[in-house]
Design a binder for this molecule. Structure first.
Ligand code: GLU
Length: 543
């Protein structure tokens, strides 16, 4: 077979010498040990926790070694492409402070651009043409129908499905048959002529899983589709080589493709990057564990965290806790240190399923938010509200001084102990809503209407927002005494039958009347923030 002539027929025209690309994309000028890593999502519009998980690992490994993290968009499959997806990826990762050094819509050093695979079609075709010339790739004219019939046949025989060995029909076409098909204008794809034998097993060092066994590939995978665009497998091998990638952390769902990737790198004569396949995120579902699912678990999507207003650092802390077994202890000892000073290691990543627990993340979120100053919390909430809240809620930030007072109180700033009432921005905005508008009553009074009215009337007679906490409380006690409640807790405890309740019950009546809730931060301060007019109006409304 004259492979050179066939290559010219299949991919006509001048292509640069392959060595040209080696010069065009030279090895990077980096210190020894500097890792070049990447994130290579498809623009499907769905960016998930697994992407963030891998992004954090790749980012840490790149940057702590003085290397590079880049963003490549794997858009070879047009069917899966969604408008705005690249922006979505970029925004989602920016929210979590993942800093790319270069890449699609990022810019940076242009040496290794473009970062969209569709813009690199010429490079891939040059290599495909070369493989045809070498007799390592061939045209396949099988139709969709033939391929699905093949799959059915293989499934029925309980054999491995795919295009390989005796099933790779077009692999053995004669020169004549090939040209006849071409003359008839039959569409074709280009397949790799695999030389592997799955009975051969090799040891493979995975940066996360350690030494694993990989069988040789024997699938004649498609490398160039009928539209002249390569498949992901082929494009990613070319790109990882010419973008001078040294290490890839990616999801373990790609382990199954590893034999193909190994053969592609060998066939192309490229040195392979090192791979680490991280385990999937699992969720406890009753007594069993399952993978997080797009359909069932909203928390799989990164959009969820932004919509709910999770504090990015908290999510990152939790991700690092899951990513590296020694992070939690390090963080306990270094709570103030920048997260970047933790020495991340692929070898300390979990080898089998990692349990993702939203409750645990919520606890971490409470801790992280309780470390903020009122001003930092103001900025965090405002940024979130500007994007996600109603106009009314955005309006809460107009009176900066009032909002700072609210946050200082609700976060327990200046008090004996910091409060941990806030989990996310959306939850915090709901929590502080009653300071800005009258909200529906959430908790029920535990006294009858007459008692409630009597207590409120008594308190209203003496209420003065200028009172300090002590004077305020003395007045609550007066209202208690005047209505059959014990003003002192110890008196009530000693003789509960003698009273309707204690001063605590009176405070609760006032609390519900003021805020609609039985549990709030300090009520005296709340009433001061609300001001005399609003406080009186709320209490009077309950009469
Ligand atoms: N484009 C693949 C994806 O969507 C990337 C796989 C890889 O990292 O090699 O996840």
């Amino acid at each position: 077979m004259n492979y050179k002539a066939l290559a010219e027929r299949l991919l006509p025209g001048e292509y640069p010498e392959l060595s040209y690309y080696e010069t065009l994309y030279p090895p990077r000028d980096l210190e020894k040990g500097a890792e070049v890593t990447r994130l290579a999502p498809s623009p499907t519009g769905f960016i998930h926790l697994g992407n963030l998980f891998a992004a954090i690992a790749n980012e840490r490994i790149a940057h702590q070694s003085g290397g590079i993290l880049y963003l490549r968009i794997e858009d070879t499959d047009l069917k899966r492409k969604v408008d705005g997806a690249v922006e979505a990826v970029k925004n989602a990762l920016r929210y979590f402070d993942i800093k790319f050094d270069e890449g699609a819509e990022i810019g940076g050093d242009e040496t290794y651009a473009p970062w969209y695979q569709r813009q690199r079609a010429e490079i891939y075709r040059a290599f495909v043409k070369h493989l045809i010339e070498e007799g390592r790739a061939y045209p396949c004219f099988c139709t969709e129908e033939e391929l699905s019939a093949l799959r059915e046949e293989q499934t029925a025989k309980k054999e491995i499905t795919g295009y390989y060995g005796k099933y790779a029909k077009c692999r053995n076409l004669t020169e004549e048959e090939i040209y006849k098909n071409l003359d008839e204008g039959k569409p074709f794809v280009i397949r790799l002529k695999s030389m592997g034998n799955p009975e051969n097993k090799h040891k493979f060092h995975d940066e996360i899983k350690g030494d694993i066994t990989v069988i040789e590939n024997d699938q004649d995978v498609v490398i160039l589709k009928s539209d002249g665009i390569p498949t992901y497998h082929f494009a990613h091998a070319i790109d990882d080589h010419f973008m001078r990638t040294t290490l890839v952390i990616r999801g373990e769902e790609w382990l199954a493709s590893l034999p193909i990737h190994i053969e592609l790198f060998e066939t192309l004569g490229f040195e392979r990057p090192r791979y680490g396949h991280n385990c999937s995120l699992m969720k406890q579902d009753g007594s069993s564990r399952r993978k997080l699912s797009k359909r069932k678990d909203p928390e799989l999507s990164l959009e969820f965290y932004r919509k709910e207003g999770y504090f990015a650092r908290a999510v990152k802390v939790y991700m690092l806790t899951l990513l590296n077994s020694n992070f939690e202890e390090w963080y306990r000892k270094n709570p103030e240190a920048p997260l970047e000073s933790f020495k991340f290691s692929a070898g300390k990543m979990s080898k089998s399923g990692t349990l993702f627990d939203l409750d645990k993340l919520n606890d971490i979120s409470k801790d992280e938010l309780s470390k903020l100053s009122a001003e930092e919390m103001f900025d965090f909430l405002k940024t979130w509200a500007d994007e996600y809240d109603t106009d009314a809620q955005k309006g809460y930030f107009a009176d900066r001084e009032k909002m700072l007072k609210v946050l200082t109180l609700c976060m327990g700033i200046g008090g004996k102990k910091r409060r941990k009432d806030f989990t996310t921005a959306s939850q915090a905005m709901k929590f502080i809503q009653f300071f800005f508008e009258r909200t529906p009553q959430e908790d029920e009074y535990r006294v009858d209407g007459a008692t409630k009215r009597a207590v409120l009337t008594a308190f209203l007679k003496t209420f003065d927002p200028a009172d300090d906490g002590q004077t305020w409380f003395a007045k609550v006690k007066e209202a208690a005494a005047a209505n059959g409640f014990a003003p002192e807790m110890k008196d009530y405890k000693a003789n509960p039958e003698a009273y309707k309740g204690s001063v605590a019950d009176v405070a609760e009546i006032l609390r519900i009347a003021t805020t609609g809730r039985a549990n709030t931060p300090d009520l005296c301060t709340i009433q001061q923030i609300l001001g005399e007019k609003e406080t009186r109006a709320r209490l009077e409304a309950q009469l």
